[in-house]
Ligand binder design. Structure first.
Ligand code: ADP
Ligand code: MG
Length: 313
Protein backbone atom coordinates (compact mmCIF):
# COMPACT_ATOMS: atom_id res chain seq x y z
CA UNK A 1 0.00 0.00 0.00
CA UNK A 2 1.14 3.52 -0.74
CA UNK A 3 2.21 5.86 2.02
CA UNK A 4 -0.27 8.40 0.72
CA UNK A 5 -3.23 6.28 1.74
CA UNK A 6 -2.50 6.91 5.41
CA UNK A 7 -4.72 9.93 5.30
CA UNK A 8 -7.73 7.91 4.16
CA UNK A 9 -8.84 6.70 7.56
CA UNK A 10 -7.64 5.58 10.94
CA UNK A 11 -8.97 2.08 10.51
CA UNK A 12 -6.42 1.58 7.80
CA UNK A 13 -3.45 2.87 9.79
CA UNK A 14 -2.20 -0.54 10.88
CA UNK A 15 -1.62 -1.65 7.33
CA UNK A 16 -0.07 1.38 5.80
CA UNK A 17 3.60 2.17 5.55
CA UNK A 18 4.04 5.52 7.10
CA UNK A 19 7.20 7.17 5.86
CA UNK A 20 9.76 8.14 8.46
CA UNK A 21 9.07 11.65 9.55
CA UNK A 22 12.28 13.65 9.65
CA UNK A 23 13.24 14.78 13.17
CA UNK A 24 13.76 18.26 11.90
CA UNK A 25 10.97 19.38 9.60
CA UNK A 26 13.54 21.38 7.61
CA UNK A 27 15.73 18.30 7.15
CA UNK A 28 14.34 17.41 3.77
CA UNK A 29 16.36 16.62 0.64
CA UNK A 30 15.59 20.01 -0.78
CA UNK A 31 16.40 21.64 2.55
CA UNK A 32 19.74 19.85 2.64
CA UNK A 33 20.45 20.87 -0.93
CA UNK A 34 19.69 24.48 -0.06
CA UNK A 35 21.92 24.31 3.00
CA UNK A 36 24.72 22.84 0.91
CA UNK A 37 24.31 25.59 -1.66
CA UNK A 38 24.56 28.23 1.04
CA UNK A 39 27.59 26.39 2.42
CA UNK A 40 29.31 26.62 -0.93
CA UNK A 41 28.86 30.37 -0.79
CA UNK A 42 30.81 30.43 2.46
CA UNK A 43 28.06 30.86 5.04
CA UNK A 44 26.58 27.44 5.92
CA UNK A 45 26.46 26.24 9.51
CA UNK A 46 28.73 29.12 10.43
CA UNK A 47 26.18 31.57 9.17
CA UNK A 48 25.25 33.17 12.46
CA UNK A 49 27.87 34.35 14.92
CA UNK A 50 27.28 35.14 18.58
CA UNK A 51 25.97 38.62 19.19
CA UNK A 52 27.21 40.66 22.15
CA UNK A 53 24.87 41.19 25.11
CA UNK A 54 25.29 44.95 24.76
CA UNK A 55 26.22 47.07 21.80
CA UNK A 56 30.02 47.15 21.42
CA UNK A 57 31.22 50.63 20.52
CA UNK A 58 34.60 50.44 18.84
CA UNK A 59 36.77 53.25 17.58
CA UNK A 60 39.08 52.36 14.72
CA UNK A 61 42.01 54.68 15.19
CA UNK A 62 45.57 55.26 14.05
CA UNK A 63 46.76 58.78 13.34
CA UNK A 64 48.70 57.49 10.35
CA UNK A 65 46.90 57.70 7.04
CA UNK A 66 46.66 54.74 4.72
CA UNK A 67 47.03 51.97 7.30
CA UNK A 68 43.63 50.42 6.56
CA UNK A 69 41.31 52.08 9.09
CA UNK A 70 38.49 52.68 6.63
CA UNK A 71 38.98 49.38 4.83
CA UNK A 72 38.85 47.63 8.19
CA UNK A 73 35.75 49.50 9.38
CA UNK A 74 33.84 48.76 6.18
CA UNK A 75 34.82 45.12 5.80
CA UNK A 76 34.46 44.11 9.43
CA UNK A 77 31.07 45.80 9.46
CA UNK A 78 29.96 44.02 6.29
CA UNK A 79 31.19 40.65 7.59
CA UNK A 80 29.45 41.07 10.94
CA UNK A 81 26.20 42.13 9.26
CA UNK A 82 26.37 39.18 6.90
CA UNK A 83 26.57 36.87 9.89
CA UNK A 84 23.55 38.16 11.71
CA UNK A 85 24.73 41.23 13.62
CA UNK A 86 23.33 44.71 13.32
CA UNK A 87 26.11 47.19 12.73
CA UNK A 88 26.37 50.96 12.44
CA UNK A 89 29.43 52.51 10.83
CA UNK A 90 30.01 56.11 11.91
CA UNK A 91 32.17 57.86 9.34
CA UNK A 92 34.17 60.48 11.20
CA UNK A 93 36.63 61.28 8.41
CA UNK A 94 35.89 64.39 6.29
CA UNK A 95 37.15 62.41 3.28
CA UNK A 96 34.04 60.24 3.63
CA UNK A 97 35.82 57.13 2.34
CA UNK A 98 33.71 54.76 4.45
CA UNK A 99 30.53 56.43 3.15
CA UNK A 100 31.81 55.99 -0.41
CA UNK A 101 32.67 52.34 0.14
CA UNK A 102 29.21 51.69 1.56
CA UNK A 103 27.62 53.70 -1.25
CA UNK A 104 25.77 56.02 1.12
CA UNK A 105 24.90 59.49 -0.16
CA UNK A 106 27.36 62.04 1.20
CA UNK A 107 27.33 64.93 -1.25
CA UNK A 108 28.20 68.36 0.15
CA UNK A 109 25.30 69.60 2.23
CA UNK A 110 23.71 66.16 2.80
CA UNK A 111 22.80 65.45 6.42
CA UNK A 112 25.90 63.98 7.98
CA UNK A 113 27.86 63.57 11.19
CA UNK A 114 28.83 67.22 10.73
CA UNK A 115 25.25 68.24 11.55
CA UNK A 116 25.28 65.94 14.55
CA UNK A 117 28.59 67.16 15.98
CA UNK A 118 28.32 70.86 15.27
CA UNK A 119 24.53 71.46 15.18
CA UNK A 120 23.29 68.86 17.67
CA UNK A 121 21.24 66.99 15.06
CA UNK A 122 20.21 63.62 16.54
CA UNK A 123 22.17 60.64 15.23
CA UNK A 124 18.86 59.01 14.24
CA UNK A 125 18.34 61.78 11.64
CA UNK A 126 21.51 60.90 9.75
CA UNK A 127 21.74 57.10 9.96
CA UNK A 128 21.02 55.44 6.63
CA UNK A 129 20.64 51.76 5.78
CA UNK A 130 23.31 50.33 3.50
CA UNK A 131 21.68 48.89 0.40
CA UNK A 132 22.15 45.20 -0.27
CA UNK A 133 23.40 44.40 3.23
CA UNK A 134 20.55 43.98 5.72
CA UNK A 135 21.55 44.93 9.25
CA UNK A 136 24.23 47.38 8.11
CA UNK A 137 23.82 51.12 8.64
CA UNK A 138 26.02 54.15 8.08
CA UNK A 139 26.18 57.66 9.48
CA UNK A 140 27.91 59.36 6.55
CA UNK A 141 30.55 62.09 6.56
CA UNK A 142 30.66 64.95 4.10
CA UNK A 143 33.53 67.29 3.35
CA UNK A 144 31.74 69.82 5.65
CA UNK A 145 33.34 67.85 8.45
CA UNK A 146 36.73 69.26 7.43
CA UNK A 147 35.78 72.48 9.22
CA UNK A 148 34.54 70.72 12.32
CA UNK A 149 37.96 70.41 13.95
CA UNK A 150 37.93 74.21 14.23
CA UNK A 151 34.18 74.78 14.63
CA UNK A 152 34.08 72.40 17.57
CA UNK A 153 36.70 74.34 19.53
CA UNK A 154 34.41 76.96 21.10
CA UNK A 155 31.48 74.58 21.63
CA UNK A 156 30.38 73.26 25.00
CA UNK A 157 31.68 69.76 25.78
CA UNK A 158 33.50 69.76 22.48
CA UNK A 159 35.14 66.37 23.04
CA UNK A 160 31.98 64.57 24.19
CA UNK A 161 29.58 65.54 21.45
CA UNK A 162 29.68 62.20 19.66
CA UNK A 163 29.40 60.39 22.99
CA UNK A 164 26.25 62.36 23.83
CA UNK A 165 24.75 61.77 20.40
CA UNK A 166 25.39 58.03 20.70
CA UNK A 167 23.97 57.96 24.23
CA UNK A 168 20.80 59.68 23.02
CA UNK A 169 20.47 57.19 20.15
CA UNK A 170 18.44 54.05 20.72
CA UNK A 171 21.16 51.46 20.12
CA UNK A 172 19.25 48.64 21.87
CA UNK A 173 18.83 46.99 18.49
CA UNK A 174 22.49 47.35 17.48
CA UNK A 175 25.34 44.92 18.15
CA UNK A 176 28.25 47.05 17.01
CA UNK A 177 29.01 50.69 16.37
CA UNK A 178 32.28 51.02 14.46
CA UNK A 179 33.70 54.54 14.29
CA UNK A 180 36.09 55.25 11.42
CA UNK A 181 38.56 57.99 12.41
CA UNK A 182 40.49 60.53 10.34
CA UNK A 183 44.30 60.28 10.23
CA UNK A 184 44.99 62.65 13.12
CA UNK A 185 44.63 62.87 16.86
CA UNK A 186 42.50 66.02 16.69
CA UNK A 187 39.06 66.74 18.09
CA UNK A 188 37.28 64.29 15.77
CA UNK A 189 39.38 61.34 16.91
CA UNK A 190 39.09 62.60 20.49
CA UNK A 191 35.28 62.52 20.14
CA UNK A 192 35.53 58.96 18.86
CA UNK A 193 37.72 57.89 21.80
CA UNK A 194 35.34 59.46 24.31
CA UNK A 195 32.31 57.80 22.69
CA UNK A 196 33.73 54.26 22.53
CA UNK A 197 34.47 51.50 25.01
CA UNK A 198 37.01 49.77 22.79
CA UNK A 199 39.80 50.86 20.49
CA UNK A 200 40.76 48.82 17.45
CA UNK A 201 44.13 49.76 15.96
CA UNK A 202 44.93 48.62 12.44
CA UNK A 203 48.67 48.31 11.95
CA UNK A 204 50.16 48.14 8.50
CA UNK A 205 52.90 45.54 8.19
CA UNK A 206 55.69 47.88 7.12
CA UNK A 207 58.84 49.40 8.50
CA UNK A 208 57.40 52.52 10.11
CA UNK A 209 54.38 50.70 11.47
CA UNK A 210 55.21 51.10 15.13
CA UNK A 211 56.23 54.72 14.83
CA UNK A 212 53.57 56.94 16.29
CA UNK A 213 51.84 54.09 18.08
CA UNK A 214 53.26 55.31 21.36
CA UNK A 215 51.57 58.65 20.85
CA UNK A 216 48.26 56.94 20.06
CA UNK A 217 48.52 54.77 23.15
CA UNK A 218 49.36 57.81 25.29
CA UNK A 219 46.32 59.60 23.90
CA UNK A 220 44.12 56.60 24.72
CA UNK A 221 45.53 56.60 28.27
CA UNK A 222 44.85 60.33 28.64
CA UNK A 223 41.27 59.93 27.47
CA UNK A 224 40.85 56.98 29.81
CA UNK A 225 42.24 58.97 32.72
CA UNK A 226 40.21 62.11 32.20
CA UNK A 227 37.21 61.61 29.99
CA UNK A 228 36.29 57.94 29.49
CA UNK A 229 37.45 55.54 32.22
CA UNK A 230 36.12 52.41 30.48
CA UNK A 231 38.18 52.87 27.31
CA UNK A 232 40.47 49.94 26.44
CA UNK A 233 42.60 48.93 23.48
CA UNK A 234 40.95 45.57 22.86
CA UNK A 235 41.93 44.75 19.31
CA UNK A 236 44.89 45.12 17.00
CA UNK A 237 44.63 44.02 13.38
CA UNK A 238 47.63 43.54 11.11
CA UNK A 239 46.85 44.84 7.64
CA UNK A 240 48.33 44.89 4.14
CA UNK A 241 50.58 41.94 4.86
CA UNK A 242 52.86 40.99 2.02
CA UNK A 243 53.89 37.40 2.60
CA UNK A 244 56.78 37.70 0.16
CA UNK A 245 58.73 40.09 2.35
CA UNK A 246 60.60 39.08 5.46
CA UNK A 247 60.00 42.59 6.78
CA UNK A 248 56.24 42.07 6.92
CA UNK A 249 56.55 38.90 8.97
CA UNK A 250 59.08 40.62 11.23
CA UNK A 251 56.70 43.50 11.87
CA UNK A 252 53.91 41.02 12.56
CA UNK A 253 56.11 39.15 15.05
CA UNK A 254 57.16 42.40 16.74
CA UNK A 255 53.57 43.54 17.11
CA UNK A 256 52.55 40.17 18.56
CA UNK A 257 55.38 40.04 21.06
CA UNK A 258 54.68 43.61 22.12
CA UNK A 259 50.89 43.55 22.35
CA UNK A 260 50.15 39.88 22.97
CA UNK A 261 46.68 38.53 22.68
CA UNK A 262 44.87 41.71 21.70
CA UNK A 263 46.36 41.09 18.24
CA UNK A 264 43.89 39.13 16.14
CA UNK A 265 45.22 35.86 14.73
CA UNK A 266 43.94 36.71 11.26
CA UNK A 267 46.20 38.94 9.23
CA UNK A 268 44.84 40.89 6.28
CA UNK A 269 46.94 40.29 3.16
CA UNK A 270 47.68 42.96 0.61
CA UNK A 271 45.15 42.24 -2.12
CA UNK A 272 44.15 44.16 -5.20
CA UNK A 273 40.51 43.13 -4.73
CA UNK A 274 40.44 44.92 -1.37
CA UNK A 275 41.56 48.18 -2.95
CA UNK A 276 39.23 47.81 -5.96
CA UNK A 277 36.03 47.24 -3.99
CA UNK A 278 35.40 50.86 -2.81
CA UNK A 279 35.29 52.17 -6.38
CA UNK A 280 32.27 49.91 -6.92
CA UNK A 281 30.63 51.24 -3.74
CA UNK A 282 31.14 47.86 -2.12
CA UNK A 283 32.98 46.05 0.60
CA UNK A 284 35.33 43.31 -0.62
CA UNK A 285 33.02 40.91 1.21
CA UNK A 286 30.31 41.51 -1.37
CA UNK A 287 32.58 42.51 -4.28
CA UNK A 288 34.65 39.33 -4.31
CA UNK A 289 33.71 36.97 -1.46
CA UNK A 290 36.23 34.32 -2.49
CA UNK A 291 39.25 36.64 -2.60
CA UNK A 292 42.02 36.32 -0.02
CA UNK A 293 41.26 39.78 1.38
CA UNK A 294 37.59 38.99 1.85
CA UNK A 295 38.26 35.66 3.51
CA UNK A 296 40.76 37.28 5.88
CA UNK A 297 38.36 40.08 6.85
CA UNK A 298 35.53 37.59 7.46
CA UNK A 299 37.88 35.56 9.65
CA UNK A 300 38.99 38.69 11.57
CA UNK A 301 35.35 39.64 12.11
CA UNK A 302 34.54 36.14 13.35
CA UNK A 303 37.38 36.39 15.87
CA UNK A 304 36.05 39.74 16.97
CA UNK A 305 32.59 38.28 17.42
CA UNK A 306 33.63 35.20 19.37
CA UNK A 307 36.36 36.58 21.58
CA UNK A 308 35.53 38.19 24.85
CA UNK A 309 36.67 41.71 25.37
CA UNK A 310 40.35 41.16 25.97
CA UNK A 311 42.37 44.21 26.84
CA UNK A 312 45.88 45.45 26.34
CA UNK A 313 46.23 45.64 30.15
P1 ADP B 1 43.09 54.70 6.20
O1 ADP B 1 41.63 54.75 6.41
O2 ADP B 1 43.86 54.26 7.40
O3 ADP B 1 43.65 55.99 5.65
P2 ADP B 1 42.47 52.97 3.99
O4 ADP B 1 41.62 51.90 4.55
O5 ADP B 1 41.78 54.06 3.26
O6 ADP B 1 43.42 53.57 5.11
O7 ADP B 1 43.55 52.28 3.05
C1 ADP B 1 44.51 53.05 2.33
C2 ADP B 1 44.61 52.55 0.89
O8 ADP B 1 45.09 51.22 0.88
C3 ADP B 1 43.27 52.51 0.20
O9 ADP B 1 43.45 52.85 -1.14
C4 ADP B 1 42.84 51.06 0.32
O10 ADP B 1 42.01 50.67 -0.75
C5 ADP B 1 44.17 50.34 0.28
N1 ADP B 1 44.13 49.10 1.06
C6 ADP B 1 43.71 48.93 2.33
N2 ADP B 1 43.84 47.66 2.73
C7 ADP B 1 44.36 46.98 1.68
C8 ADP B 1 44.76 45.62 1.46
N3 ADP B 1 44.62 44.68 2.38
N4 ADP B 1 45.25 45.31 0.24
C9 ADP B 1 45.41 46.24 -0.72
N5 ADP B 1 45.06 47.52 -0.57
C10 ADP B 1 44.56 47.90 0.61
MG1 MG C 1 40.30 56.35 6.21
Amino acid sequence: MQAGTAAQGNSDVGSVVIPEVPQNPRDTPIGRAAAAAVGVRGAGADRLWPRPADCRIMTIANQKGGVGKTTTAVNLAASLAQHGSRVLVVDLDPQGNASTALDVDHHVGALSVYNMLVEDRPLADIVKPVEGLPGLYCAPATIDLAGAEIELVPLVARESRLSRAVAAYDSSDLDYILIDCPPSLGLLTLNALVAAREVLIPIQCEYYALEGLEQLIRTVELVKGHLNPVLQITTILLTMYDGRTRLASQVADDVRSHFGEVVLQSIIPRSVRVSEAPSYGQSVITYDPGSSGSIAYVEAARELAIRSQKTAG
